[in-house]
Every structure is written in structure tokens, then in C-alpha cells.
Design a protein around this ligand. Structure first.
Ligand code: PLP
Length: 393
């Protein structure tokens, strides 16, 4: 008989009763060090006092009024995002998928009077969510199988094939949509030079650059957004996950020109940008978007990357290499070692990790994690890798 919860997930049988910082405790009292952070969501860890205070304070005043009215918390968060980024304007959603859907509509609306410009270029291995538009955008068979007919208008190019990309860039391209670091695709970093090249090609043909920072944004790379290091800005950007610190919140950021088709009545959401989500989002921005906080993320990231390099060198039969940026790192495993084997072995050592495509295991700890906790996680990972190596042999 089908379970009461639709069985679209293979769930690990762990139930958590409490979280504090980088730690989760199960109902039966077992403690886990959380290097998954709800898949890059809990940027300030679990039960961060400032977020608990922001949410409960707002909950005692007003939960929901709808976008028929002014929402001061939403306006404040939009102002903070506009102030901190390339964007002139922001639309709020409840998730990354909805931000991606909004981006697709925004692209189409921007070129509504230019029907020949009908292509959106995306890349193999990308992930933008599970809606019909988002799976059509990513295009991988794993996501789209059995879901056709699919939304047309996407051109999927191989990752890293510069020639194919340059050949495809002409006046029929409306936008290029790309993650600065592929998350689900296996922590594949788009090199700065490639991001600059994509920006230049978009400018050359008059296409929009759309960056999906749902997983790599909100401080995870040690900069507020992952694209900043390349010194270019997008026209549209999707944000979610970390911006709500665990409360459902997403955002679609855009320049005034990119957003010019999105006039009153063209788009909406009952819950998007509601007072509870935006009160939390403002607090996350306040804490994360400071030079000291981001510098600390970079320092911790350097420490973790160095420790992981040493760990990989001592388990050459399990770990092929380390990749990623900031506190968004991936262990590429050797052929024959399944990501789930290392994730399971780590869990047995009290460490939570997240698998990804391309034979990768992700490390996405809260950005507030301490160096001592990172070191503790490495010790546990060391024991887990030894176990996974023995099992694979
Ligand atoms: N875009 C990227 C890069 C993601 O990693 C994800 C989720 O993993 C999404 C979009 C979809 O976000 P959500 O699950 O909040 O809808």
C-alpha cells in the first residue's frame, strides 16, 4: 500500500527532535554533525537565536496579508538585496523552483516583441527545480522522463564545450541560464574566465545572462553571491535556500531592463514575500552580508579545503579529488565507490553529508560552523572513508 506521504523520496530513517548550530539530535538522543544543512539551506545553522527571535516576533504581529497590500518586511528585504547586488528590483517566491519559473517568464516577457529570439541556453548537469518549466530547462533525462510533452525553447549544451557555446550564440538566443557552481550536478565550478566569456557573448548578441544562485549564493562561497569573484553581473538571478535560513523563501532579482515586461498583473504568488519569510530573510541578510562574516566563511573554507586535501591523499582508493569553493565542497569518489556508500558510512560516524551527481559527495555545512566542528567532521569523515574503502575493496 502506498505510504501516506507520496513516496517520491528515498528517506533515511532518522527523525530529529532538536537542532542547535551545526548539530542535530534525533528523537532517541543520537547527535549528528550536520554537513548538509538541509541541502545548503541552514546558513546560520539550526535554531540561530537571531532568526528564532525574528520569526517569533513577526509571528506575534502579522503572518499573512497577501500581496494585495504593502508588506514592509518584503519592501525592506527587497531594498537590502537591491543595495547589495546588481539588481534594481526583486520578486519574492517560496522556493528556488518558483524563482526559476519566474525567470523563464521574465525572459519571455522581455522579448515578447521579438519572437525570433526564442532560445534559452542551459547546460548539461544543471538543476533549476522540479516544475515542468524547470525540468525542461535542465533537460536531463533523469528529470524529464515520463513528463512530456516538455516546454519547448531550451537548447542544452555540454558543460565546458566552448566551441558549441560560441557556435550557438546568435540573435535567436534570449538568455543563457547557468549556475556559477552546479550543486546537484556534482559541485562543478564554472571557471571565472568562462563566466566572463558567457557575459561577453550575451552582450554581443543581446541576450540576458541569468544566474541560478539558489545553492551557491547567500555567502556560501565566501562572497555574498558566487558570481562576484568573476567581476561580472547578471541581468537576472535566482536566489532561495540560504536566504530564508530554513524558512521557505526565494527571490528573483533583475535589472530594470530585464524586468520591463513584468508589469502589474503579469505574475504573482499568494505567499511569496509574506511577512514571516521576509522578517527572517532580512535577519539572514543582516547577519551574512557583513565583511567580517564573509571573511570568516573564507577562512573556514580555507581550513576545510586544506584538511580535505590531506584526507583525500590518505584515501586514494576512495577519494579521487576535492572540488568546489568556500563551504560548498565536493569529494569526487573513485570509480566503483558509490556516493551513498560514503554518505552511509559517514552517518554511522555521526556525520551528515549529501550525495550529488557525477559520483560526488557534497559538504555544505552551516556557514556559522566553528573550526573545531570542521575538524571534528574531518575526523569522522576519515573513519567513514576508511570504512567505505574496506567495503569497496
Ligand atoms: N536551482 C538550484 C541551483 C538548486 O540547487 C535547486 C534545489 O536544489 C533549485 C533551483 C530548486 O530549488 P527548490 O528546491 O527550493 O525549489
Amino acid at each position: 500500500m502506498i505510504s501516506p506521504v507520496l513516496p517520491t523520496y528515498n528517506r533515511t530513517p532518522l527523525e530529529f527532535a532538536r537542532g542547535e548550530g551545526a548539530w542535530l539530535t534525533t528523537v532517541d538522543g543520537r547527535r549528528f554533525l550536520d554537513f548538509g544543512a538541509g541541502i545548503a539551506v541552514n546558513v546560520l545553522g539550526h535554531a540561530h537565536p537571531a532568526l528564532v527571535a525574528a520569526l517569533t516576533e513577526q509571528a506575534g504581529r502579522v503572518w499573512h496579508v497577501s500581496n494585495l497590500y504593502e508588506i514592509p518586511e518584503q519592501r525592506r528585504l527587497a531594498e537590502m538585496l537591491v543595495e547589495a547586488t546588481f539588481a534594481d528590483t526583486v520578486f519574492f517566491t517560496n522556493s528556488g523552483t518558483e524563482a526559476a519559473e519566474g525567470a523563464i517568464k521574465m525572459i519571455r516577457k522581455r522579448f515578447a516583441d521579438d519572437p525570433a529570439r526564442d532560445k534559452i541556453i542551459t547546460f548539461e548537469g544543471s538543476f533549476h527545480g522540479r516544475s515542468t518549466g524547470a525540468i525542461a530547462a535542465a533537460g536531463s533525462a533523469k528529470l524529464t522522463e515520463g513528463c512530456g510533452p516538455l516546454m519547448p525553447g531550451f537548447l542544452h549544451l555540454p558543460w565546458g564545450d566552448h566551441e558549441a557555446f560560441e557556435a550557438a550564440m546568435d540573435e535567436t538566443v534570449a538568455a543563457v541560464m547557468v549556475e556559477p557552481i552546479q550543486g546537484e550536478g556534482g559541485i562543478r565550478v564554472l571557471p571565472d574566465a568562462c563566466l566572463r566569456g558567457i557575459r561577453a557573448a550575451c552582450d554581443r548578441v543581446g541576450a540576458l545572462l541569468v544566474l541560478d544562485e539558489v545553492q551557491c549564493g547567500m555567502g556560501r562561497t565566501g562572497m555574498l553571491f558566487g558570481h562576484e569573484r568573476a567581476g561580472v553581473t547578471p541581468d537576472i538571478m535566482m536566489v532561495a535556500k540560504g536566504i530564508g535560513g530554513g524558512f521557505p523563501l526565494g527571490a528573483l532579482l533583475a535589472t530594470e531592463d530585464a524586468a520591463r515586461g513584468m508589469t502589474a498583473g503579469t505574475h504573482g504568488s499568494t505567499y511569496g514575500g509574506n511577512p514571516l519569510a521576509c522578517a527572517v530573510g532580512c535577519k539572514v541578510m543582516e547577519v551574512v552580508n557583513t565583511p567580517d562574516f564573509l571573511a570568516e566563511v573564507r577562512a573556514k573554507a580555507g581550513f576545510l579545503a586544506q584538511k580535505l586535501g590531506a584526507l583525500a591523499a590518505s584515501h586514494p582508493d576512495v577519494i579521487e579529488g576535492v572540488r568546489g569553493e568556500g563551504l560548498m565542497l565536493g569529494l569526487r569518489l573513485c570509480k566503483g565507490v558509490a556516493p551513498t556508500a560514503l554518505v552511509d558510512a559517514a552517518r554511522a560516524e555521526g556525520l551528515l553529508l549529501v550525495p550529488a551527481a557525477d559520483n560526488v559527495v557534497r559538504l555544505l555545512p552551516p556557514l556559522t560552523i566553528t573550526e573545531a566542528e570542521l575538524a571534528e567532521g574531518i575526523d569522522r569523515l576519515d573513519r567513514a572513508a576508511a570504512g567505505a574503502g574496506r567495503a569497496a575493496a
